[in-house]
Design a protein around this ligand. Structure first.
Ligand SMILES: *[C@@H]1O[C@H](CO)[C@@H](O)[C@H](O)[C@H]1NC(C)=O
Ligand SMILES: *[C@@H]1O[C@H](CO)[C@@H](O)[C@H](O)[C@H]1NC(C)=O
Ligand SMILES: *[C@@H]1O[C@H](CO)[C@@H](O)[C@H](O)[C@H]1NC(C)=O
Ligand SMILES: *[C@@H]1O[C@H](CO)[C@@H](O)[C@H](O)[C@H]1NC(C)=O
Length: 193
């Protein structure tokens, strides 16, 4: 709590050569530029076609990581956000994989968090471990009524060397904002916590 105040005072001190009191503080949570808040994290859907390894590197270059899915609440939020963020896009790489595992085992891990994937919302007829070692979120679609109807995105096994768009995740950033008051103006200082 001390540092935000010090920065706030220092800012004003620089301008006016005197100190003024912070009159209100507030904590705000934000996502980095180009990331959207979805459930409790920040997501970015990138529709350029890359293999799983390239997608992983791309997310890291943004200070982020490939998507992991924690539970049903999170999946539902992702399923609602995806068709809005990237309409008509059927498939996205996630962090899920079983690289280096025995072929017949179907234990999957989230490469980004290092955790075993315990919540695995599979698509119909999945998993098919022989298809590959990496996991996408895939939505089936139909044209039955003459209209493009996209199903919800669920997990599907895919060969890591094939191409697909991907989803990066990064945690929410928390800031405290402090309103600093002096006789002639109000300033706002925004400080990471
Ligand atoms: C946000 O996206 C735009 C358009 O793709 C890009 O030009 C810009 O560099 C991105 N900003 C950041 C901070 O990544
Ligand atoms: C899913 O995880 C979030 C964040 O940890 C938690 O707030 C929420 O209650 C969980 N939902 C379910 C259905 O477990
Ligand atoms: C993935 O595809 C490559 C190239 O087609 C192939 O050599 C490899 O065996 C496949 N991997 C798996 C796990 O199916
Ligand atoms: C997609 O839906 C069609 C029709 O419902 C079904 O026959 C097909 O097996 C599904 N494909 C996948 C990959 O789930």
């Amino acid at each position: 709590m001390l540092w935000p105040k010090v920065v706030c005072f220092a800012l004003l001190g620089l301008v006016f050569g005197q100190l003024h009191q912070a009159v209100s503080t507030q904590t705000v949570s934000e996502c980095p530029t180009n990331f959207s808040r979805v459930a409790d994290k920040c997501l970015l859907a990138d529709k350029s076609w890359k293999n799983w390894y390239e997608s992983d590197r791309h997310c890291r270059s943004l200070n982020a990581e490939l998507l992991s899915i924690k539970n049903q609440t999170e999946l539902k939020a992702i399923q609602e956000w995806l068709p809005v963020a990237e309409p008509y896009q059927l498939e996205f790489w996630t962090a899920g994989n079983k690289l280096g595992e025995v072929k017949t085992l179907i234990d999957y891990y989230w490469q980004s968090t290092g955790e075993q994937a315990l919540y695995l919302p599979w698509n119909q007829d999945q998993p098919i471990p022989s298809s590959g070692d990496c996991l996408t979120l895939f939505a089936n679609y139909s044209m039955e009524t003459g209209e493009f109807v996209m199903d919800v995105h669920r997990l599907t096994v895919k060969n890591c060397t094939q191409w697909a768009p991907h989803i990066c995740q990064t945690p929410l950033q928390h800031f405290t904002t402090q309103l600093c008051l002096n006789p002639s103006a109000v300033y706002e200082a925004k400080v990471p916590v």
